[in-house]
Design a protein around this ligand. Sequence first.
Ligand code: SF4
Length: 178
Amino acid sequence: MNCELLEAQLAELPLYWYHFFSPEELEFSDRIRWICENECPMYGKSWACPPGVGEVSQCTARCKGYQHCLMVATLTEVSDIANIPEALNTRHDHEAITNTVRDLMRQQGIEPYILSTEACAECERCAVLDGEPCRLPERMHPCVESHGINLLPLLESLGIPFQYGENVVTWFSLLFYN
Ligand code: SF4
């Protein structure tokens, strides 16, 4: 991939931050999966979430099967971060930017495997609830945490805060590619 070209294009996007790294640097943890299973209301309700995405070991192998990863992050200020619907609403802009980055990579002949935010919201009712395959696999991005990924150690090693401010929502996407 022509990274110089992509970086010039990324500089034109409203990204807070981006970083190229090896998937080997990511921490995969069954503890994160435990949180999905025990504390997230979306567990089992989307193909973008566990258990539909597979075991953590399978997710790890899938991600580490790629040679490179591009992490992109956006920031959005909200009036009150405790207002969950308002905070969650900001993810749509992040998803749009993630898809723009995907399209830039596609222009170079690269089809990335993408992990992004929260559960997929493409359909009103996810097909997983009816035991059917995902209707829009090309548009569905599993969430980062669904794969057992703990981003904090990598962000800490890079000096990047996970929370940027009191009423600021930070979203991350990972685009794996060869
Ligand atoms: S695209 Fe539709 S069927 Fe597929 S994960 Fe998203 S909501 Fe579910």
